[in-house]
Ligand binder design. Structure first.
Ligand code: MN
Ligand code: MN
Length: 288
């Protein structure tokens, strides 16, 4: 069940008219260190009113884009209930080619989002590989997201950027390709994204940003902060390069009880960046 609430800034379109549909999933039941990500969808929406509607560097005004905010999914008791209900809801909302923008919630919300789409590759920005097969008895735990995604799209269609933490088992297991945060710092995000795109089989890309992939200096309000991360600018750059190929996006693991507002602002700004650049890329394709 989707519960309507305060809308993301400039999300003024009806569902029928929308090219982009925003859905909050306030779920954080498998959080392993500190919880509170369930508050993030509404806090990110509040932060979205901080910004100009016009993004001058792209010459795009968000008020010209048909964006619909569907509200939040109800709160679920178990992660398995969340995953199965959210998959159906996202499938319905993103029918007729609408671009889903999911506001987490913890990283497990990416599992239903990815399952609702076909013929895609997935690029994840994350400090963690999230490749455990199960964690504390849960296969859909936020610590197992990358694994569950590979179940759906295949190992060769997942690539993780910004990693700097994994267990020995995850490291030694057969696992998806990744580029660590230090390499991105030394060699640049452009090359990292091109390498990811060169590795993936699929042209259509779903991007998931676990906000802890970005350094805690820029994004301190998160459940599992991990030093030595990528920069906020690197995340923006990644979005800008991927925009023409994106078919869905989420930002997850923002944890408002540990935030001073800057993490929520960054998440809101990343959402606006995705919508503006995907929109612009699609306008160009229509014109060609
Ligand atoms: Mn994660
Ligand atoms: Mn993480």
């Amino acid at each position: 069940m989707v519960l309507p609430g305060v809308s993301f800034a400039d999300a003024n379109a009806s569902l029928d008219d929308a090219d982009f549909v925003i859905l909050g999933i306030p779920f954080d039941r498998t959080a392993s260190f500190r919880s509170g990500a369930r508050f993030a969808p509404n806090v990110i929406r509040e932060a979205s009113y901080n910004f100009e509607t016009f993004l001058f560097e792209h010459e795009v005004d968000l008020v010209d884009i048909p964006i619909h905010d569907a509200g939040n999914l109800e709160e679920f008791d178990t992660v398995d209930e969340m995953v199965s209900s959210a998959e159906m809801e996202i499938r319905g909302l993103s029918s007729e080619g609408r671009f889903p923008v999911i506001l987490g919630g913890e990283h497990s919300v990416t599992i239903p989002a990815v399952r609702s789409l076909q013929d895609i590759g997935v690029i994840s920005i994350d400090a963690h590989l999230d490749f455990r097969d199960e964690y504390l008895g849960e296969r859909n735990s936020h610590a197992c997201v990358t694994r569950r995604i590979t179940d759906h799209v295949g190992m060769e269609n997942v690539f993780v950027l910004g990693v700097r933490s994994m267990s020995r088992e995850e490291f030694e297991d057969e696992r998806p390709d990744f580029i660590d945060a230090l390499t991105i710092r030394e060699e640049g995000m452009d090359g990292a994204v091109r390498r990811a795109l060169g590795t993936l089989d699929k042209k259509r890309i779903y991007l998931t940003i676990d906000i802890d992939g970005i350094d805690p200096a820029f994004a301190p309000g998160t459940g599992t902060p991990e030093p030595f991360g990528i920069s906020d600018m690197d995340a923006k750059r990644c979005i800008n390069i991927l925009a023409p190929r994106l078919v869905g996006f989420d930002v997850v693991e923002v944890c408002p009880p540990y935030d001073h507002g800057n993490t929520a602002a960054l998440a809101a700004r990343l959402v606006r960046e995705v919508i503006a650049t995907v929109w612009k890329a699609r306008q160009k394709m229509v014109r060609c």
